[in-house]
Design a protein around this ligand. Structure first.
Ligand SMILES: Cc1ncc(C[n+]2csc(CCOP(=O)(O)OP(=O)(O)O)c2C)c(N)n1
Ligand SMILES: [Mg+2]
Length: 554
């Protein structure tokens, strides 16, 4: 007899073929056959409390593993709830697949339960969005969606699968189940452009390089380290590129970035767009020669002219540039010693100036002290996640991940609420790692119920709430514009005991008011072996410099 297979089981087979070993989901009648398929294929099903979390977790999973993450949500509100997570992955160039349910094709446009135009909604925020038209094509379209995730800079794909398509059974030999369907999309960059870059490097006395998120996406860590060491180039890191070099490395710089961008004669930007985080390119000296390397041709030269653009894989290009430049660099390399010393002096001055704040004994706690304690606490195996406003802006200056791929922030969409989902994905994918997440109280409360999922799946992590009972980053701008009296509208939260919330859900919780108690509380959370929340009361009247300058809007 011919073996029959259902659409949901075909989804699971296609996920397995892609190497996906977990889906993040919130159940619905439209999608249950996928779960049944996952049981057969040995794919773990992590069921969350909100679909936004499922989508963020899929985003986080892909960042951590290098494999595409997958979230499965039901039709209508399940899919709309996931929109934010997909949008975040889109801006962050994170490859993931969202599978959404849909009413049966046989009820198309009849007003079926939870029917919405999902594909139309998802098209502008995905690289690929389609409906699966028949059961035979289910696995084929899943593989197509994965392939599309990796075109140029990666990003999310969306598939909706109508209920009758998912539930129907077809003969196994009639279904296309792709097994070998993806080629490497790694582009080595135009060899002529690499020769020009080698020339520029040979003549530069004051070069610097910014290693952006794509350095991690391309797993170009070793290539980047070889480049900066062989050619003696000071490096700055942002986004997921943080941690490419460990703190203390002679080529690791952070606090002198503005100075470097003003004084350098050659600035190499790798895998990060000239968006608001880069002042749209305006903060780079007009006199400097600017080179931009990116996976996406559309990013190169956008918002600011560049002298040389190279499209392709960060690792392949940096390796080729190192080889091409190594033979011809001797004269310039000697001069760079002075340049590196100059930057180190600026760096040390900035660090020393801030140190008293980082050691502050003030109560309520100075946010600088909190992020300083977290930085001291991190090990080489701690994955750090930032989810919040002002408090996370503080941490961006002080917290240094000790290893590559150990820093997670939402990315340029600036989405509050990624933290618990990223922690879930990170701990699930890398149980050998410790996960440390810093939340604003506002950010945590957006998706905090999924702390319960962390408990249910036994995914311990160390959560810290920088609690100022406010949406402080927004409050600052309001108070500055409308005065203190009117500055409290729409941004004030209760004095919530998140430590008690953690305990209520079966986790570990502690409250901290004394700055001297931060480190011991972190240590106890580590030892508890449970999902934990340390509720640290921070001073609501102090703000990070980035917030006070409102740089994100400039
Ligand atoms: C989903 C989402 N909603 C709203 C915002 C706008 N926003 C940016 S920072 C911020 C305040 C966040 O407050 P909290 O997490 O408590 O951090 P704090 O600034 O107080 O340290 C808000 C609401 C956003 N970035 N994302
Ligand atoms: Mg807050």
């Amino acid at each position: 007899m011919t073996e029959m297979i259902s659409g949901g089981h075909l989804v699971a087979k296609a996920l397995k073929a892609e190497g996906v070993d977990v889906i993040y989901t919130l159940c619905g009648g439209h999608i249950i056959d996928i779960y049944d398929g996952c049981v057969d294929e040995g794919i773990e099903v992590i069921d969350v409390r909100h679909e936004q979390v499922a989508a963020h977790a899929a985003d986080g999973y892909s960042r951590i593993t290098g494999k595409p993450g997958c979230a499965v949500v039901t039709a209508g509100p399940g899919t709309t709830d996931a929109v934010t997570g997909v949008a975040n992955a889109f801006r962050a160039e994170s490859p993931m697949l969202l599978i959404g349910g849909q009413g049966a094709l046989s009820q198309h446009k009849m007003g079926s339960l939870q029917d919405l135009p999902h594909v139309d909604m998802m098209t502008p925020i995905t690289k690929f969005a389609a409906t699966v038209p028949s059961t035979e094509r289910v696995a084929d379209l899943v593989s197509m969606a994965f392939r599309e995730c990796y075109h140029g800079a990666p990003g999310p794909s969306f598939l909706e699968i109508p209920r009758d398509v998912l539930d129907a059974k077809v003969p196994l030999d009639k279904a296309r189940i792709p097994a070998n369907y993806r080629a490497s999309t790694k582009q080595a960059g135009d060899p002529e452009a690499i020769e020009r870059l080698a020339d520029l490097l040979a003549h530069s006395e004051k070069p610097c390089i910014l290693l952006g998120s794509q350095v991690w996406t391309c797993r170009a860590t070793d290539a980047a380290i070889d480049f900066v060491r062989a050619l003696n180039v000071p490096a700055y890191m942002n986004g997921s590129g943080r941690g490419t070099l460990p703190p203390g490395d002679p080529h690791h710089f952070q606090l002198s970035r503005r100075y470097a961008f003003t004084e350098a004669d050659l600035i190499i930007i790798v895998g990060t767009p000239f968006d608001f985080r880069m002042g749209y390119g305006k903060r780079l000296s007009p006199a400097a020669t600017v080179v931009q390397i990116d996976l996406d041709y559309r990013t190169v030269g956008k918002n600011r002219d560049v002298d040389l653009g190279i499209v392709g894989d960060a690792g392949a290009i940096l390796t080729a540039a190192t080889q091409a430049a190594s033979g011809r660099i001797q004269n310039a390399a000697a001069k760079r010693k002075e340049w590196i010393e100059e930057l180190r002096t600026v760096e040390t001055q900035a660090y020393t100036k801030r140190l008293p704040r980082q050691h502050s004994d003030a109560q309520p706690i100075d946010p600088y002290r909190l992020v300083h304690e977290i930085n001291e606490f991190l090990t080489e195996d701690s994955i750090y996640i930032g989810d919040g406003g002002d408090i996370v802006t503080f941490s961006g200056q002080v917290v240094q991940p000790k290893s590559p791929g150990h820093w997670m922030d939402p990315g340029p969409l600036g989405t509050l609420g990624v933290g618990v989902a990223f922690a879930m994905a990170a701990k699930q994918a890398r149980p050998d790692k410790e996960v440390v997440a810093l939340f604003g109280d506002g950010a945590f409360s957006l998706t905090g119920w999924d702390f319960e999922t962390m408990v249910r799946f036994d995914l311990p992590f160390i959560g810290v709430i920088g609690n100022n009972s406010s949406m402080n980053q927004i409050r600052y701008g309001q108070a500055a514009k409308y005065g203190q009296d009117r500055g409290r509208i729409g941004n004030t939260l209760g004095d919530v005991r998140y430590d008690e919330f953690a305990k209520l859900l079966g986790g570990h919780g502690e409250e901290v008011r004394d700055p001297g108690q931060i480190a011991p509380a972190l240590q106890r959370a580590r030892e508890s072996g449970k999902p934990s929340l340390i509720n640290v009361w921070v001073d609501p009247e102090v703000y990070a410099p980035g917030t006070m300058n409102q740089t994100m809007y400039k």
